[in-house]
Design a protein around this ligand. Structure first.
Ligand code: ZN
Ligand code: ZN
Ligand code: ZN
Length: 367
């Protein structure tokens, strides 16, 4: 896929328009997903300042350390680049790139505190706000090219789940299985492994258990939640629950409820339905079956250049879904000291409902 399709230069213009519309003078964006979204530049976050200065009106400037200039020039051709030699104070360059004294600027949400304070000193008259309020709105509606990048990420992580029978066996530890999975995430085409959860038996009751030295036993349910970032910049994230052998009757019963809940939430997705309503669709099924308190978390999160981003599928979020919004549907049931289960697919809201990007079976998989 062409990078210009995934990272079109018009995005800078759209971001400037959105910046002006909310009365901000400029966005100041340091390395991370916001910078990549705006310029295509996958910059390295470090102590030396890299900062896109995007004024509400006027020419954008990308400030980079001199040693990063070649990389920046290769990555992005549509922004003026200004570099600073190693050891020089880069923050005055930000003030210089802005026409006049700004009164309100917005900083990328995950900017290092050292840079936040450096910018405050360089722009003493400017109130600092969060750029996420502007960029989150743009980023949560995916272009067709972004949806295809997420679909490719989904196919890559599905290919890893499809191989789980090679690795999940009684007598192996979660950690050993996790190492095999991490290798396979890269082999499937991801640029990085972002997380590997292999939660067997009672560990399955902890939603964000990573891996441990627990030996997987016969009949254990195992929650496997895995994801990575593709060379495109877009993320994968999918959970399946496996049983090594045959499930105990209480596990089979719990899973049947979870499966119904996950499908109900996927089927609830369409434009105009709120994030809270999608959450409720899963939660009602689980609560009606008596597992309400065991569903410990929100139903899902947006996904794109970050593994977790807007929109959040959570009670109280009355944002209506729109075509192009991409997010996880991942209800879980967690019984402390016993076991747990989760099913997670990434879906995209379309005019006709949910486009489900993960296609491996969601039934309890017996290995
Ligand atoms: Zn999570
Ligand atoms: Zn997730
Ligand atoms: Zn996940």
């Amino acid at each position: 896929m062409l990078s210009a399709e995934l990272y079109p230069p018009e995005r800078l213009v759209a971001a400037q328009r959105a910046t002006a519309a909310v009365g901000l003078d400029a966005l100041l964006v340091t390395p991370g997903s916001d910078l990549r979204y705006l310029t295509g530049y996958d910059a390295h976050a470090q102590e030396r300042l890299t900062c896109l200065v995007l004024p509400a009106r006027g020419e954008p400037t990308l400030i980079v350390p001199t040693l990063e200039r070649p990389a920046a020039e290769t990555a992005t051709t549509n922004v003026r680049i200004v570099d600073h030699p190693d050891g020089a104070d880069p923050f005055p360059l930000v003030a210089r790139a802005l026409d006049g004294d700004p009164s309100v600027v917005a900083l990328s949400d995950r900017m290092w505190a050292a840079h936040v304070l450096g910018l405050r000193a360089a722009l003493p008259g400017a109130e600092q706000r969060l750029a996420g309020d502007v960029l989150g709105e743009l980023r949560m509606r995916k272009s067709p090219a972004e949806v295809e990048a997420l679909r490719a990420a989904g196919a890559a992580i599905d290919a890893v789940h499809a191989r789980m029978g090679e690795w999940l066996r009684p007598g192996r530890t979660e950690r050993e299985v996790g190492v095999d999975i991490a290798d396979a995430i890269l082999a499937a085409g991801h640029a990085t492994v972002d997380f590997v959860i292999v939660a067997s038996g009672p560990n399955g009751a902890s939603p964000h258990h990573a891996t441990a030295d627990r030996v997987i036993g016969p009949g254990d349910p195992v929650v496997v939640d895995i994801g990575g970032t593709m060379p495109s910049g877009y993320c994968s994230d999918s959970t399946r629950t496996y049983v090594v052998g045959r499930p105990a009757p209480d596990m089979a019963e719990l899973y049947a409820v979870l499966h119904t809940a996950q499908r109900a939430a996927v089927e609830a997705v369409r434009p105009g339905v709120t994030c809270a309503q999608v959450d409720a669709a899963a939660r009602e099924v689980i609560a009606d079956a008596g597992y309400g308190p065991a569903f410990l978390h929100r139903t899902g999160h947006g996904i794109g250049l970050d593994g977790h981003e807007e929109p959040y599928i959570v009670a109280g979020n009355d944002r209506p879904l729109e075509p192009g919004m991409a997010f996880s549907i991942e209800p879980g049931i967690y019984l402390a000291g016993r076991h747990g289960a989760r099913i997670e697919d990434i879906v995209v809201c379309t005019d006709g409902g949910a486009d489900v990007l993960n296609t491996t079976p969601t039934e309890l998989a017996e290995l």
